[in-house]
Design a protein around this ligand. Structure first.
Ligand SMILES: [Zn+2]
Length: 466
């Protein structure tokens, strides 16, 4: 009998974790960090739902921290089983979990300073670098299309989810009352149109039950944003005015997408060759990892590699090294493009670039994704006349743009199209990884598409005999 207990990303988007109970074994689908409100997240991430050594295996859909970020905490608590993922996901996790450990150490330091002032017991670190290293030693890799037995009687196959490098949907095959059953976990699904280097999500046959993400369950991405045309205009503007284009970008995915767009525009003569700086150590590492995994690319991009080219390098591109080198960009004249993290401007080297560029009306700032409330990115997008950076106020005179269509997630139509691509065999679905109203919107769309039973699990809810 196969039961599913939904432990995270239930009526919310972070902390992806679902426990499969099969014939006395426990298998976790994802083991993600809960992000968001600091106090709640701190406590929730520290409370394990059951003893870590009672889990037999972890299957990881992709490397994003809200899907992978609690793995070292389970290892710290005694988990010693295998962690199954694609090899690209493993390589990204090695960089991202180390980064996560570093960010958490900084965060705990900040929180504990306050707690000591209030005479409260300080929080313990969720995990540190040695825990990440112990976790990395437990990874076992799958290639797309490969099938393996995870625990006796339960087999898993990974298919391309087209979300980030190495992302996978996971099909689980088992027998229910002697008959074959297939449960598909989508992880996060990518967009289906032509993308800078990833493929669209791969359809899977014979699925009986579906656990589907619902991030954009109620909305479509803007129809035609003319991303290349707009980017060309921005670059031409900074060339003409010898100014700077600053792009706050997530280190994994968004940065590499931007590099592909800039390379295409340059190669087709639409923009001249100008200096492009990638200024984030994690982005540099992630780009290096992308180069090692051509099995994740669409054909056109794979052929660049096959003919000896590099899809993530072009004349004028520089990866900035130590922070001193990053500082020298402040005094260099334009034109130049600076891609830096973090994507929502909550920390990292982007802060000093913004501080130095936003007071000049000839500079441009380009946001490439959603800016959460309360972040510096959001205040800039909202057009505050001045913003605080490192404790000082700076006038915002640079022009600010946003391109939304670079999202790594399928939109409403994409989610429905993926569910339909599975065919009529799907008899039930579970909507996860979305705010409650988006899960409800996706539920209605799936019912309309002919799936008979669709549930929106609550955190901790158990569904028996799926
Ligand atoms: Zn993701």
């Amino acid at each position: 009998m196969l039961n599913i207990r939904f432990l995270g990303a239930a009526r919310t988007t972070t902390g992806s974790m679902h426990c499969i109970e099969f014939d006395g074994h426990r298998v976790l689908l994802d083991c993600g960090l809960l992000q968001g409100h600091r106090k709640e997240a701190f406590e929730a991430n520290r409370a394990l739902p059951f003893p870590a050594d009672s889990i037999d295996a972890i299957i990881l859909s992709h490397a994003h921290i809200d899907h992978s970020g609690r793995i070292p905490a389970f290892v710290k608590a005694g988990y010693r089983g295998p962690i199954w993922s694609t090899s690209a996901t493993r390589d990204l996790c090695d960089a991202m979990l180390r980064d996560s450990a570093y960010l958490q150490a900084k965060d705990v330091e900040y929180v504990n300073k306050k707690r000591r002032e209030q005479r409260k017991t300080p929080f313990e670190l969720l995990y540190d670098i040695p825990d990440v290293e112990r976790a990395m030693a437990l990874f076992r890799t799958f290639e797309y299309g490969e099938t393996r037995e995870i625990v006796p009687g339960l087999k898993a196959t990974f298919h391309d989810a087209g979300h980030i490098l190495g992302s996978a949907t996971v099909a689980l095959d088992y027998l229910k009352w002697g008959k074959p059953r297939r449960l598909l976990f989508t992880g996060d699904l990518g967009q289906s149109g032509e993308k800078p280097f990833l493929r669209p999500p791969e359809p899977v046959e014979g699925v009986d039950a579906l656990i589907t993400e619902s991030t954009y369950g109620d909305r479509d991405h803007p129809a035609d944003e003319n991303i290349r045309g707009r980017l060309r205009d921005y670059v031409q503007f900074i060339v003409q005015h010898r100014s700077k284009l600053v792009v706050p970008a997530f280190s994994v995915g968004r940065t590499q997408q931007m590099l592909r767009f800039l390379d295409e525009l340059r190669a087709s003569g639409k923009i001249p060759q100008i200096p492009v700086y990638v200024d984030s150590p994690l982005a540099a590492k992630a780009t290096e990892i992308h180069r090692k995994h051509p099995e994740c690319f669409r054909d056109g991009v794979r052929s660049i590699l096959a003919s000896g080219g590099d899809p993530f390098d072009f004349p004028g591109l520089h990866f900035v090294g130590p922070v001193q080198e990053s500082m020298t960009l402040n005094s260099k004249p334009g034109p130049m493009v600076i891609l830096s993290a973090s994507g929502m401007c909550e920390g990292g080297r982007i802060l000093h670039h913004l501080k130095n560029t936003i007071p000049d009306p000839l500079n441009l700032v380009l946001f490439t994704g959603f800016q959460a409330e309360g972040t510096l990115g959001r205040r800039i997008v909202d057009g505050a006349p001045e913003v605080k950076i490192y404790g000082e106020m700076y006038p915002l005179r640079a022009t600010v743009f946003t391109i939304n269509g670079l999202s790594a997630h399928a939109d409403r139509s994409g989610l429905v199209a993926f569910a339909k691509s599975l065919g009529p065999s799907v008899r039930r679905a579970f909507c996860v990884h979305g705010e409650e109203k988006y899960c409800e919107a996706h539920r209605q769309n799936l019912l309309a598409a002919g799936i008979k039973r669709v549930d929106i699990p609550e955190k901790g809810q158990l569904f028996e005999d799926v």
